[in-house]
Design a protein. Structure first.
Length: 318
């Protein structure tokens, strides 16, 4: 089993930072990589790539739908474009273009969506995209990845480049603990990672909720409840084999995500278990409401997406 250590003492890095650094590193050995941004290079951190490769960075202005079309065209000319903007714009504003210009012809375009989820904080409900995983899951052939930390985010960018076909990558604004910095860590699209074995219940978590779920499991351990914690970084294709095996073992499942409980990780796990291994499941996430403006950590606490909230909901459900 992975040895994570004391999460509260681990260094913290926002996965949007990881995205920018990974692109710059990727660009060194791959001249076909092109990065497009919608006037947000400082926020999405693609400015790091722009500084290193100014001739391969295209600022498309605040015209996300047009940027999507440009990326689609570039992919047909031998380039591997990474679209970069906030998740609200990448998945929301440009949904039709992503679906019809990238998904339908199954083009080799990567979508780097930053500032996802409630942890966007003070920008409020208009910018807190809690629906993007659901929207992207619906597009046939789209791979959907939501990394949990800096190490995983960088690995996901590399894996997305190597994968032929459209990929949606979800990154956050809030700095999160680096839990995967260990020699045995391996990233593989479509394969979940068991962080902690347990016998009483399983917590499937994704994104920033992975470290929070692990902390919650330690709190449960103090109560004599042994939770299995599994990092599901790839929402689609889902690791159905791991999901069903763990559910069959513990016979009680919880999912934790910084996303609506409708259509995201919880829905994907519930669909799989409903068909292959009927199991009682509780989905923890944003409960069919819009977000609000406020400090990220306070919002995570209010919407019960931090360790305290996950622990509380599990205890009440058992």
């Amino acid at each position: 089993m992975p040895v994570i250590g004391n999460i509260k003492e681990l260094p913290k890095i926002a996965t949007r930072e990881s995205y920018g650094n990974a692109l710059a590193e990727l660009g060194k050995g791959h001249p076909d990589v092109v990065v497009l941004d919608a006037d947000l290079a400082a926020a999405t951190k693609t400015g790091v790539f722009k500084k290193a490769f100014p001739d391969r960075h295209i600022d498309c202005g605040i015209a996300e739908a047009n940027m999507t079309g440009i990326a689609a065209g570039l992919s047909t000319c031998g380039k591997v474009p990474f679209i970069s903007t906030f998740a609200m714009f990448a998945a929301g504003r440009s949904f039709e273009q992503v679906r019809n210009s990238i998904g339908y012809p199954h083009l080799n375009v990567k979508i780097g969506a930053t500032h996802a989820g409630i942890s966007v904080g003070e920008d409020g409900a208009s910018h807190q995209c809690n629906e993007d995983l659901a929207l992207m899951r619906e597009i046939p052939g789209m791979t959907v990845i939501n990394p949990s930390d800096d190490v995983e985010a960088k690995a996901a960018v590399e894996a997305a480049y190597a994968h032929v076909g459209p990929v949606y990558l979800r990154f956050g604004r809030l700095a999160v603990p680096v839990i995967n910095d260990r020699p045995d860590y391996k990233f593989e699209i479509g394969k979940g990672v068991v962080l902690k074995e347990g016998s009483d219940l399983t917590i499937f978590a994704t994104g920033l909720c992975v470290s929070e779920a692990f902390l919650a499991s330690e709190m449960l351990e103090n109560d004599g409840i042994h939770a299995e914690v599994i990092n599901i970084h790839t929402i689609k294709p889902l690791d159905e084999e791991l999901v069903t095996a763990s559910a069959a073992k513990t016979k009680r499942v919880f999912t934790a995500e910084e996303h609506s409980i409708i259509g995201g990780l919880g829905a994907a796990v519930a669909e799989t278990l409903g068909e292959k291994c009927p199991t009682k499941i509780t989905r923890l996430g944003v409960k069919d409401v819009f977000g609000e403006s406020g400090p990220a950590k306070e919002l995570l606490h209010k919407y019960e997406l931090d360790a305290d909230g996950i622990y509380k909901n599990i205890k009440e459900s058992l």
